[in-house]
Design a protein around this ligand. Structure first.
Ligand SMILES: Cc1ncc(COP(=O)(O)O)c(C=O)c1O
Length: 492
């Protein structure tokens, strides 16, 4: 009987490496002997000895029946899913697989407007039609949060034929919606709930963190083990549970989207990260949560700095919160987040997770200590002392706004494959956008391909451009022109 202390895939690889077989198969570097020596020396023999291909004892991710299947079953137990698939194509690959496993051409999928680009890629590949829900915009912090139960219920009532509801749990900034109630609502209509859990692998392993997708009863979750769970970059899992999803369909689609040369170091790192999370995760996260709360307190003691905590929660769109995410609001400094990111890099050798005009995001994980967190606090203290503007009223609302959602007239897939042309932005009203344009913050798209451009949207872009907010996505970086779908001439 396997236990969470065991790592069948990692062990199988080590045993195979120890056999020192004479390989006449790929990879041609043959445990590093046939590769650039400097690189071999740098990454080391151990890694190279398990950089293998799917020969007999090592199983096959596309048809798992041996050590990969055992490792995936242990992961299923750890994540409380019915089955867990390993992804060597990141969470992007897992997201595309989960959407394409349930949505085909013209099927509706309900999604928050602030989704990651892999979701829009899956919408283009599958031919599905997105029905958008607006996330809540936080005008104090300048970021978008979750979606409310009410807006999900309304979207579902208006689109009972939707094939899936996609949720983000939690957001990049660590805020989650009331996922359990949302899942109940969707299941009432037999609509499966697919969850982008790129920033939430750890939440399943600690009761003080938001509920995970599997705990909330969602049908699938694409979960980045590599981001916050300790596996190597690019390795993720796709968790599946319940009766609404066909496991064999998911396996087929995953296989279609996955390289046939799957990386064994990535797979082994998933096997071992699962052991670490299952065996040590709770204790490690208890320490990380404590470190994060202490760090938050110290940051909040710095004049001009605000690091939000549980006071942000409202029981609705901000239902729960991951305290290991440090949102550092800089709105009372005379310098923006992008500049501070550079100053931290240049002067303090510190790299943040992200910056925007008004915030930095720093993440703490079991890899942090009082020393690393202390370095951040000291650096922010010095920067804030330099740029704090005490005279600025703190009640100002930030210059961020939610754009109107335009009407989708072509599916994003039809738009992607249509002929296009470039027209001046100011003359584009009434045309169909072929571009994906957004303003950051708040990072909500203004247009996706297939949506009709209206004067209101053009005004929104120009207003934000004038006030200096970065408009992203337009092919023409001067923002004068936009790519639209070419008009069909009538045939006479
Ligand atoms: C919200 C969200 N979803 C999905 C992804 C994709 O994850 P991956 O980089 O593992 O493909 C990201 C990556 O940053 C993300 O932020």
């Amino acid at each position: 009987m396997s236990s969470q202390h065991q790592t069948p895939l990692f062990d199988g690889l080590k045993q195979h490496a120890a056999k020192q077989t004479v390989p006449f198969h790929i990879p041609g570097h043959k445990r590093g002997t046939g590769m650039d020596p400097e690189f071999r020396h740098f990454i080391g023999e151990n890694l190279l000895s398990i950089d293998q291909i799917n020969i007999e004892p090592l199983d096959d991710l596309h048809h798992p029946h041996g050590i990969i299947d055992e490792a995936q079953k242990l992961a299923a137990e750890a994540f409380s899913s019915d089955y867990t698939f390993f992804s060597v194509q990141g969470t992007s690959g897992a997201i595309m697989s989960m959407i394409m496993a349930v949505c085909g051409p013209n099927d509706k999928i309900i999604v928050p407007r602030n989704v990651h680009k892999s979701i829009m890629s899956a919408v283009v590949f599958s031919g599905a039609k997105p029905v958008f829900i607006h996330p809540e915009l936080d005008r104090d912090l300048g970021i978008s949060h979750g979606v409310s139960v009410n807006s999900v219920a309304k979207a579902i009532r208006n689109h009972e034929d939707a094939k899936a509801l996609l949720m983000i749990n939690p957001t990049y900034f660590g805020i989650s919606a009331d996922l359990e109630t949302i899942v109940e609502t969707a299941h009432h209509y037999n609509i499966p709930v697919l969850v982008d859990e790129a920033h939430g692998v750890h939440i399943h392993f600690h009761e003080e963190l938001p509920v995970s997708a599997m705990q909330a009863g969602a049908d699938m979750s694409a979960t980045s083990v590599h981001k916050l769970g300790g596996s190597l970059t690019q390795s993720s899992v796709l968790n599946v549970q319940g009766e609404l999803i066909s496991r064999s369909r998911v396996q087929t689609v995953m296989s279609m989207l996955t390289t046939t040369s799957t990386s064994y170091p990535l797979l082994a790192s998933l096997d071992t990260a699962r052991r670490y999370l299952a065996v040590n995760g709770r204790q490690a996260l208890t320490n990380t949560i404590k470190l994060a709360e202490d760090t938050r307190k110290q940051l909040n003691a710095i004049p001009g700095i605000y690091c939000p905590g549980r006071e942000l929660l409202d029981g609705k769109t901000r239902f729960d919160f991951d305290p290991t995410k440090l949102i550092i609001s800089l709105r009372d400094l005379q310098i923006d987040g992008y500049q501070i990111e550079q100053e931290l890099r240049r002067e303090y050798n510190i790299e943040v997770e992200l910056s925007d005009l008004y915030n930095l995001l720093c993440i703490l994980t079991p890899g942090d200590t009082e020393k690393t967190a202390g370095r951040l606090v000291q650096a922010i203290k010095q920067i804030a002392a330099k740029y704090f503007r005490a005279e600025k009223p703190v009640t100002d609302q930030l210059n961020v706004d939610i754009p109107n959602i335009p009407i989708l007239t072509l599916s994003p897939r039809e738009a992607f494959y249509s002929e296009t042309e470039i027209v001046p932005l100011t003359e584009s009203a009434g045309r169909i956008s072929a571009e994906f344009i957004m303003i950051y913050p708040p990072g909500i798209p203004i247009f996706i391909p297939g949506e009709i451009i209206e004067n209101e949207n053009i005004d929104y872009i120009l207003k934000n451009k004038e006030s200096g907010l970065p408009v992203q996505g337009l092919e023409d970086t001067t923002l004068k022109n936009i790519r639209v779908i070419r008009r069909q001439e009538a045939i006479r």
